[in-house]
Design a protein around this ligand. Structure first.
Ligand code: PEP
Ligand code: MG
Length: 578
């Protein structure tokens, strides 16, 4: 008899499912080239390719229509990106040339040219191009799928758990669109913050990522997929005892889901009546439906970069004013809305503005440093925010602040922006609250000084972790060191909170960590009661908070700060949640 095997991974969407495996081993892009065409077949192959190209466009259009209104517009932008590749004359003509010159069958020509493009993007050592690489692979797969009837295969996936090296976002949309219900996904690819992970969350498919050498396992027929935060694993050939345990776990998990639904409309407060504020992080557009169902207390972080990235040149004041006002108006008048000024540089680049190459771009010109060196761009943005803030509870936040002089200079430019608006007879908010992101060690150490000159702090744990631990947040080689539960990160946060308390200033957290159950317990223990997170985490966070006793939580603060490593930290927090 085979032995049970438990393989750990990271999760994109939480769930527990059991079922039959659908093993997708076929490689569509980088298979070897085999057939050589006769001259007489060339025209026929070109026609087949053109038909597949049209079918690919039609299927994308179908997807767009069927998901419009059901999914966030931002999540559907990927379809437009793929349409653009299908319409790219160079990509299309390269494939046709390859059919003609290399005498390849249409499938093979698509694979050959797509692989060439994929390699090209891979060789550009810039994380920004990882998405482009994935997009072109996805498009290539779609065309090949329409040539070799690959999509017929997907029908066999209904009700099963997909085990694969990598599945692409539009493939997943396509499968969903065909009415095929995937029970779960297990895959080798490990991008927890990738577009695919975001889609898996939106479509609510339990997904386990980062299983190295996925095809080296003997997957058998039935598996248990447990993508809950605490376990995050897949079990091959579960024994009877494990199966029984999972029947109970599943029951508990379903009960928890019911509880989350039930708590959705109740106040966010602990068992002993301590009020906690939950805000939403907004990166692109915001659906009114999300505001209605999730009931966030406001926006804790409005990232403005996407608005700049989507344009072909720097957006003007009017354009920005419209976008910011549109988002602000989705909330009640008193809701707190924090707009962060442009945080460009390092991994976030603008297609129309060439930045100097730097050896350490994360330590170079980014965030407020860029704005202070490009004052016209900064003042334009400040004017747009000040106008959208008129008669509203809108606040301004500066990213990546390192020295007090940066804060003072930014505030001087803010006064200049107000003067210009006054001269132009435009309505704007005169008394606006100003805050800084806590992302670098120097601001942690100087938090008491900053607290005397700002209205609030917001802790950006994504960058704070990177800079406190000197560990690149995008590097795959040191990814295991990038751990926000390292006690050094928690101590920094506690230190900042203490400094802010001295001057009665508010501290919130807006990094990804804020939506994580363990982190919520840690933050509440430190007295941080303002948390901003992605929309999909809000309801679970509310439900968790309603099950905690605030007064008792304080007891674990000292224990956490005395831990020697992140393992100890996590053990305390998990034990507490359980
Ligand atoms: C952070 O660094 O935690 C943060 C919220 O900013 P971003 O992820 O946009 O860098
Ligand atoms: Mg940041």
């Amino acid at each position: 008899m085979r032995k049970m095997e438990v393989i750990k991974g990271s999760f994109a969407f939480e769930g527990i499912v059991t079922g039959e495996v659908f093993l997708d081993k076929k490689k569509y892009i980088d298979e070897g080239i085999t057939a050589i065409l006769d001259e007489k077949d060339v025209e026929n192959e070109i026609e087949r390719f053109e038909r597949a190209l049209e079918l690919s466009k039609e299927s994308l259009e179908d997807l767009r229509t069927s998901f419009a209104g059901k999914m966030n517009e931002h999540d559907l932008e990927i379809i437009t990106a793929h349409m653009m590749i299908l319409d790219d004359p160079i990509y299309v003509s390269d494939i046709k040339k390859s059919i003609k010159k290399d005498k390849l069958r249409a499938e093979e020509a698509v694979k050959l040219i797509t692989t060439k493009y994929v390699k090209m993007f891979k060789n550009i050592q810039n994380p920004e191009y990882r998405q482009k690489e994935l997009d072109i692979k996805d498009v290539g797969k779609r065309i090949v799928g329409n040539l070799d009837k690959r999509f017929e295969d997907w029908k066999k996936l209904d009700g099963k758990i997909l085990v694969t090296e990598e599945i692409f976002p539009t493939e997943l949309l396509n499968i969903y669109h065909l009415g095929i219900k995937i029970k779960g996904i297990v895959m080798e690819y490990g991008g927890e913050t990738s577009h695919l992970a975001i889609l898996a969350k939106a479509l609510e498919i339990p997904t386990l990522m980062g299983i190295k050498n996925i095809f080296s396992y003997n997957w058998g027929k039935d598996i248990i997929l447990d993508t809950t935060e605490i376990n995050s694993c897949v079990i091959i050939e579960p024994d009877e005892k494990t199966k029984k345990e999972y029947e109970n776990l599943l029951e508990k998990f379903e009960l928890k889901k019911e509880e989350i639904k039930r708590d959705a409309n109740l106040p966010t407060e602990t068992l002993d009546g301590e009020k906690v504020s939950l805000y939403i992080n907004v990166s692109g557009d915001l659906d009114s439906e999300e505001v209605r169902t999730l009931k966030p207390d406001g926006i804790g972080l409005l990232r403005t970069e996407l608005l700049y990235m989507k344009n072909t040149s720097f957006p003007d004041e009017e354009n920005q004013f419209k976008v910011y006002s549109g988002i602000v108006e989705k909330f009640d008048k008193d809701s707190s809305i924090i707009i962060r000024t442009l945080d460009i540089g390092a991994d976030k680049q603008l297609p129309y503005f060439k930045m100097k190459n730097e050896t350490n771009s994360f330590l170079g010109l980014r965030g407020i440093r860029f704005s202070l060196q490009n004052q016209d761009i900064f003042i334009t943005q400040l004017k747009a925010i000040l106008r959208a803030a008129y008669n509203r509870n809108v606040k301004i936040m500066y990213p990546m602040v390192t020295n007090i002089s940066e804060l003072r200079e930014a505030n001087k430019l803010l006064e200049r922006a107000k003067e210009e608006l006054k001269e132009e007879n435009k309505l704007y908010k005169e008394e606006i609250e100003i805050g800084v992101m806590i992302e670098v060690p120097s601001i942690v150490m100087m938090a008491d000084v900053f607290a005397q000159e700002v209205d609030f702090f917001s802790i950006g744990t994504n960058d704070l972790t990177q800079y406190i631990l000197a560990t690149d947040r995008l590097s795959e080689t040191v990814s295991s060191m990038y751990d926000c539960y390292n006690p050094a990160v928690l101590r920094s946060i506690a230190f900042v909170k203490k400094a802010a308390d001295l001057y009665g200033k508010k501290v919130s957290v807006c990094g990804e960590m804020a939506g994580d159950a363990k982190a919520i317990v840690a933050f509440l223990s430190m007295g941080i009661k303002d948390l901003s997170m992605v929309g999909t985490s809000i309801l679970a966070a509310r439900s968790l908070i309603r099950s905690l006793n605030y007064d008792k939580l304080k007891e674990i603060k000292e224990k956490l700060l005395l831990c020697h490593d992140s393992k100890e930290v996590k053990e305390i927090l998990i034990k507490y949640i359980n």
